[in-house]
Design a protein around this ligand. Structure first.
Ligand code: PEP
Length: 252
C-alpha cells in the first residue's frame, strides 16, 4: 500500500500565511511514492486552493466538518460547502475537538458518514488518553471509537473510503512519541477489527499514526508493519522542515 503523510496545521495560518506556506512547499523536492496532504483551517481553504494552482501535491483537506449540508446550524460548515474546494479528505474526531469541544463518538461517526456521502474521504482520529493507557484500556477505547463509525454505516470502498488515524492523546504535541512497536499493537487491532467487520478488502484501509512525529523518527513509523502513514502537527508548520520530513520518511 502507498504510504500517506498528512500535515495538520491545527489553528495556525489565516489566508495570507496559508498561501505563503503552499507556495513555499511547492518548491520542495518530494518523494513521488507517498501521498501527501495538508489539513487547512476553513478560512484558509480558498487561499490554499488558489496558491496550489495546477499542482497536484499536496492534497488539500479540512480539519473538521458538521454532519448536515445546510440548515439552522450557526457557525458550522458542512461537507457540501467543503466539496466546493475540491478537497480530498477531512479530519474528524481529532482529540483536541473531543477534549475542548465535547465531541462524542456519535458526533464523530455522523461527521464521517456525512463526508462519505459528499465524496470526501474521512480521516477518522482515534486514540486513548494517558489515564486510559495507564489503566490498560487502550484497545478497548480505540475499538469503541471505531465501532461508533461502523455502527453509523461506514463504507470502505470508493473514492471516499476512510483513513483511520491512531493518535494517542498523550503523544500529541508532547514530544513523548509512542514507539513504533507500541503503535503497531494498536494498528494491528484496528486492522483486525476492520477486517472482522468488512472482510479482507478492509486490510487496504490505511491506518496512520500521529503524535510527536518529526524528521528523526518518521522513518521508524513508516518501516513498522501495520503503520501505513503518519499525521503530523507541529513538525508541519514550517514548509521547508515538512519537506525534510517527507524526504526522510522512506529512506532509499
Ligand atoms: C496532531 O495534532 O494531529 C499531531 C499529530 O500533533 P503533533 O505532531 O504536534 O504531536
Amino acid at each position: 500500500m502507498r504510504k500517506t503523510i498528512i500535515a495538520n496545521w491545527k489553528m495556525h495560518y489565516g489566508p495570507v500565511k496559508a498561501g505563503a506556506w503552499i507556495r513555499a512547499f511547492r518548491r520542495e523536492r518530494l518523494p513521488k511514492n507517498i501521498d501527501i496532504g495538508v489539513a487547512v483551517p476553513f478560512v484558509s481553504l480558498a487561499a490554499a486552493r488558489s496558491s496550489l494552482g495546477r499542482a497536484g501535491v499536496p492534497n488539500l483537506g479540512a480539519q473538521d466538518t458538521f454532519w448536515a449540508n445546510e440548515g439552522a446550524f450557526t457557525g458550522e460548515i458542512g461537507p457540501a460547502m467543503l466539496k466546493e474546494f475540491a478537497l480530498s479528505f477531512c479530519l474528524v474526531g481529532h482529540s483536541e475537538r473531543r477534549q475542548y469541544l465535547g465531541e462524542t463518538d456519535e458526533m464523530v461517526a455522523k461527521k464521517a458518514i456525512a463526508l462519505q456521502k459528499s465524496g470526501i474521504r474521512p480521516v477518522i482520529c482515534v486514540g486513548e488518553t494517558e489515564a486510559q493507557r495507564k489503566k490498560g484500556e487502550t484497545l478497548k477505547v480505540v475499538r469503541a471509537q471505531l465501532a461508533a463509525v461502523i455502527a453509523e454505516g461506514l463504507k470502505i470502498d470508493g473514492p471516499a473510503s476512510p483513513i483511520i488515524a491512531y493518535e494517542p492523546v498523550w503523544a500529541i504535541g508532547t514530544g513523548k512519541a509512542c514507539s513504533g512497536q507500541e503503535a503497531m499493537v494498536v494498528h494491528e487491532a484496528i486492522h483486525d477489527a476492520l477486517v472482522k467487520k468488512f472482510g479482507k478488502e478492509a486490510s487496504e484501509i490505511p491506518v496512520i499514526y500521529g503524535g510527536s512525529v518529526d524528521p528523526r523518527n518518521v522513518a521508524e513509523y513508516l518501516s513498522t508493519t501495520h503503520i501505513d502513514g503518519v499525521l503530523i502537527g507541529s513538525a508541519s508548520l514550517d514548509p521547508r522542515a515538512f519537506g525534510v520530513l517527507c524526504r526522510a520518511a522512506l529512506p532509499a
